[in-house]
Design a protein around this ligand. Structure first.
Ligand code: UD1
Length: 442
């Protein structure tokens, strides 16, 4: 498996360009299954999850042309398979996004349940309950969810009240309801920018989705959806990660091709902690941090609050801030696996349930580390950039799932980071090896 070797202590300086949002690209690719016509998507990030999603679409029978590296032309005219198999779902939970489109257009779908998870506790029970509200029959058989539309093959619009805000759950239902008979109302819908991006694409395809970006959405089902061309929004989590990289190394980065409006809570929190963030134009930030950082508490919550996907990177930054920072994780249970790795580098962190307390600043020293999930890997990279000596991060296939060429982008702005390749395995093939059931595959 590939590793990263980082020698810390260099202030980053220069310009970095942000890629398209993985979490927007994945549902938009799935949405192509709703139509027999071609959906063209631009600005897809070149990351492993997109390759996995493409493979899923091709396995279903869709054709995917790539006229340019970041453009996919997806045509799902002939679908032959109605299933997302375990082999794919275990490496990428977002494979469950195939469920809504397949069920809506073909009246049937089978998706393997992510490993180690049971319906009723986690992780897709809310999706399934909502499909039932649209008239689907849902049953569990040999580790698979099998869903069927009611007689006549078409879902029926209904009222859905999500008990908890779920991003992919909202997306799955937006797609399913787009081809249902009648009107569907989603209450307590997720409001993430990725939801609005998907709504924009669906409406370009001929859907009638209203209220995206608010907690109440209304979707009027149509008979069929057509072709569309769409550009994916910039990745707000990659943007936040580079802000943290500039801040932790006390460098200066110009971050371009981003959408600052999508990370207002993150920018506010960083500013409050002493990071200087200037908006040079609507898509470019200039980030610097020469003075001391101050510890600030944070609580992760659904959008527009501080995102759980920035919690690990924020924790790395807080190891370098003066004072005590209380970090509360309210979205996912036990999402502090990076804390013990940061402790091994010298960080002073105590974890109690959903809360981590970081006492800073502490000098970090390089160490051999193991990445446990996508965003945790990013936090270890940040820590490695500021640590004295050499840090080796193992299992970087996690980071390849969601960050486009992070080591090349960091090296271009002065970081001393290199990929130590597994001699025989191709660079992006690593995550084929799968994740352990204890690891998040968000
Ligand atoms: C998405 C993002 C992920 C991000 C997360 C929260 C994608 C591909 N991934 O994941 O990067 O960290 O949103 O912002 O967009 N839950 C249930 N039952 C369900 C669904 C969810 O209990 O049926 C729980 C989850 O266990 C979790 C919470 O709801 O505690 C939020 O999860 P959810 O928003 O669904 O996360 P994802 O959509 O999987």
């Amino acid at each position: 498996m590939d590793k990263f070797r980082i020698t810390g202590g260099r202030a980053l300086k220069g310009r970095v360009s942000i890629s398209g949002a993985k979490n927007s690209a994945l549902p938009c690719m799935a949405a192509a299954v709703l139509s027999a016509e071609t959906v063209t998507l631009h600005n897809l990030p070149y990351v492993k999850d997109i390759i996995t999603q493409r493979r899923l679409l091709e396995d279903l029978g869709a054709t995917v042309l790539t006229p340019e590296l970041r453009t996919h032309k997806i045509t799902a005219r002939h679908i032959e398979l109605f299933e997302a198999p375990y082999e794919l779902v275990r490496t990428m939970r977002a494979s469950v996004l195939a469920l809504g489109p397949l069920l809506a257009r073909f009246g049937k779908a089978k998706v393997s349940l992510p490993g180690g998870c049971a319906i009723g506790t986690r992780p897709i029970d809310l999706h399934l309950k909502a499909f039932e509200k649209l008239g689907a029959e849902v049953r569990l058989e040999s580790g698979n969810v099998i869903a069927r539309a009611p007689k006549g093959g078409r879902l029926i619009g209904g009222e859905i009240n999500f008990e908890k805000v779920t991003v992919t759950g909202t997306e799955n239902l937006m797609m399913a309801a787009s081809l249902a008979r009648g009107i569907t109302v989603l209450h307590n819908a997720a409001c993430e920018p990725e939801i609005s991006d998907l709504a924009e694409l669906l409406n370009k395809m001929g859907a009638r989705v209203r209220g995206a970006g608010t907690s109440r959405m209304e979707i009027e089902g149509v008979e069929a959806l057509g072709s569309a061309e769409h550009t994916i929004i910039p990745d707000r989590i990659e943007t936040g990660t580079f802000i943290a990289a500039a801040a932790i190394t006390k460098g200066e980065l110009e971050i371009k091709d981003c959408e600052p409006l999508h990370l207002a809570a993150v920018i506010d929190k960083f500013r409050d902690a002493g990071v200087v963030i200037q908006e040079l134009n609507p898509s470019t930030l200039l980030v610097s941090s020469r003075s001391e950082l101050s510890a600030r508490d944070v609580r992760t919550e659904p959008y527009p609050q501080f995102p759980t996907d920035m919690q690990a990177q924020y924790m790395a930054l807080m190891t370098q801030a003066e004072g005590l920072a209380v970090i509360e994780e309210t979205v996912f249970e036990n999402r502090f696996m990076h804390a013990s790795e940061l402790q091994r580098m010298g960080a002073n962190i105590s974890v109690d349930g959903h809360t981590a307390v970081v006492q800073g600043p502490t000098p970090l020293t390089g160490a051999p580390l193991i990445a446990s999930d996508l965003r945790a890997s990013a936090s270890l990279v940040l820590a490695g950039l500021v640590a004295s000596g050499e840090t080796i991060i193992d299992r970087v296939y996690h980071i390849d799932r969601g960050y486009e060429k992070i080591e090349a982008k960091l090296r271009a702005v002065g970081a001393d980071i290199e990929r130590l390749r597994d001699s025989v395995t191709a660079p992006l093939a690593q995550s084929e090896q799968g994740t352990r059931s204890s690891e998040y595959n968000l």
